[in-house]
Ligand binder design. Structure first.
Ligand code: FPP
Length: 242
């Protein structure tokens, strides 16, 4: 069972276009699939779920789509936080918050404060997020400590950088799922996905159901995670004995 699942929810636009509906209808259907995915994680005992809701690059989409997505986020934050809190979900956001309106920023902060003590599932919404942005802000944070004399540059190693990127306090994602048929990471968690198992499906995000997610988990259970070691070192059986 993966402890931490990271998901690129792709295909909302195509789902709507296939029905000759505006793209925002696809995002609304995508929001329903988000609820299904949260239910699934709670049911299976997954400890952390990180969803790519809006990338740094998505700001450049047509203004009506960006506006529609912002409305959708605002509505979801208003509607869902009580229920998520009741179910023991801790809600967090990662990404460049400076680009959101005060109203959305306040709602994000409220959701985080409200659910801070919950431990059943850590739900992280990546919004205005980019993996390169994440690494750059970690580097800036280290540089600020060096400039202030709090940190020796010689002490900057992988662990130091890992402690400043998003999700630093969570186990790295074990399983990455991308729907919508594209086979790429698209500037999601670049640092954090170094040893994550990747799983792709052609299904569009709004069409995802529990059986899809279970298929990803079943596939994950069959993978051998070696973290750069040999199969024999990690207890596998596919090597000849000496
Ligand atoms: C990618 O599909 C999806 C997005 C950019 C938005 C994801 C947002 C949601 C699932 C809505 C609700 C989320 C929360 C957290 C309440 P796309 O538009 O790129 O699809 P396409 O590749 O078919 O055009």
């Amino acid at each position: 069972m993966p402890r931490h699942l990271a998901v690129i929810m792709d295909g909302n636009g195509r789902w709507a276009q296939g029905r000759r509906r505006p793209r925002i209808i696809g995002h609304r259907a995508g929001a329903r699939a988000v609820n299904l995915c949260i239910d699934f994680c709670l049911d299976k005992g997954v400890e952390a779920l990180t969803l790519f809701a809006f990338s740094s690059e998505n700001w450049d989409r047509p203004a009506d789509e960006v506006g529609g997505l912002m409305k959708l986020f605002t509505g979801a934050l208003e509607r869902e936080v009580d229920e998520l809190d009741r179910r023991g979900v801790q809600v967090r956001f990662i990404g460049d918050r400076s680009r959101f309106t005060d109203a959305i920023r306040n709602r994000m902060a409220h959701a985080e404060t409200r659910t801070r003590g919950n431990r059943r599932l850590v739900l992280t919404i990546a919004a205005s997020y980019g993996g390169r942005w994440d690494i750059a802000q970690a580097a800036r944070s280290l540089a600020e400590d060096v400039a202030a004399g709090r940190l020796d540059p010689a002490a900057i190693d992988e662990a130091a950088l890992a402690s400043r990127v998003a999700l630093a306090d969570l186990p790295a994602p074990d399983l990455f799922i991308r729907t919508g048929g594209e086979l790429r990471i698209s500037n999601f968690l670049l640092w954090q996905l170094a040893y994550t198992e990747l799983w792709f499906t052609d299904l569009l995000w709004p069409d995802v159901d529990a059986a899809t997610l279970q298929a990803a988990l079943d596939d994950f259970a069959r993978r051998e995670r070696r973290f750069g070691l040999t199969s024999a070192q990690v207890g596998g059986t596919d090597e000849m004995p000496e």
